[in-house]
Design a protein around this ligand. Structure first.
Ligand code: GDP
Ligand code: MG
Length: 294
């Protein structure tokens, strides 16, 4: 009953360094692949809400790009999204990957600036020696003055139910913010673009994923399937060559994998057509960034 007085709802902002596992955690919490993840930092560029509605509660998670110092305009806008997410949040979830070293001063700054209830969550327990992990956890907790850390493996799901319970216990009382049927605030076509971009992050290297942006040009809903037309924008001719690949192999692979994921996401057959465009300087162009939704 969404209007009973004991209904609890709130926004949880997931924060952490690039690669901490924020997007993976969100997918695990939602039990569905909503946001994209890869082994490359800064895969996530937008703030995305993921909505979990259950009996008597609604948790609205925001996945954010990792915390970095901006070097170009795209990164400035990415960081702007984080501040926004923190302002709107009821709970701050700090995610730290145990297998990586993290500059703890940055976190300290972030934690001390915020008055929100905070959860300190250590991820990737599956990758580290438990004794070493406990030493580290104890040190960070005392540095940050945050007690009761949680230990999880976002990838395997270990500790995630306990984390969800903890979040539920911290939620303020209030009505749902979104229709309980919805899983995100973003339209479907946003996820089509993201699923294509994920394949670029997973299959290409060095500067290519960072030079790429996906634009959904048109979506036609035919009775038997969805027709999706997309552009991949890159900065240079050489990057276009890499994305097309020898005999078109790379583009075919990106297209096939993205189509399969979009079909799983929408539950209907998909025809996906991708073109590659050279749009020099898009990462520093306000006009391009606006049109890409940043
Ligand atoms: P984000 O940048 O914080 O959003 O991190 P992602 O969710 O994109 O994850 C970065 C990488 O870490 C991906 O390759 C994930 O598969 C991996 N990863 C995330 N959580 C875990 C975990 O608990 N264990 C292991 N082994 N890998 C993880
Ligand atoms: Mg991410």
């Amino acid at each position: 009953m969404s209007d009973s007085p004991s209904y609890r709802s709130g926004f949880v902002c997931i924060l952490g360094k690039p690669n901490a596992g924020k997007s993976t955690l969100l997918n695990t919490l939602l039990g569905q692949k909503l946001v994209i993840a890869s082994d490359k930092p800064q895969t996530t560029r937008h703030r995305i809400f993921g909505i979990d509605s259950g009996e008597g509660y609604q948790i609205v998670y925001s996945d954010t790009p990792g915390l970095i110092r901006p070097k170009y305009k795209l990164q400035e806008r990415m960081m702007g999204g984080i501040s926004q997410a923190m302002e709107d949040a009821d709970i701050m979830l700090l995610l730290l990957a145990l297998n990586e070293s993290f500059p703890e001063e940055d976190l300290f700054e972030l934690v001390s600036k915020s008055r929100l209830p905070r959860l300190l969550v250590f991820n990737k327990t599956d990758l580290v020696d438990p004794v070493y992990a406990e030493e580290r956890i104890a040190r960070v907790c005392s540095q940050l003055g945050v007690p009761d850390p949680l230990r999880i493996s976002a990838l395997r799901g270990d500790g995630v139910p306990e984390l969800k319970e903890r979040i539920r216990s911290l939620l303020p009382e209030g009505p749902p913010y979104f229709d309980p049927e919805e899983v995100s605030d973003r339209p479907e076509r946003f996820f089509f673009a993201e699923l294509i971009r994920e394949k670029i992050f997973q299959l290409t290297h060095e500067e290519v994923p960072y030079a790429s942006e996906v634009e959904i040009v048109q979506v036609d809903t035919l009775p038997e399937r969805l027709h999706i037309y997309a552009n991949i924008h890159v900065e240079r001719e050489t990057q276009k060559g890499i994305l097309i690949g020898k005999g078109g192999r790379m583009l075919r692979q990106i297209g096939t994998l993205a189509r399969q994921d979009i079909e799983a996401f929408t539950g209907s057959p998909v025809h996906l057509e991708i073109h590659i465009k050279v749009s020099e300087g898009w990462k520093d162009s306000g006009r391009y960034l606006n049109s890409f939704g940043y």
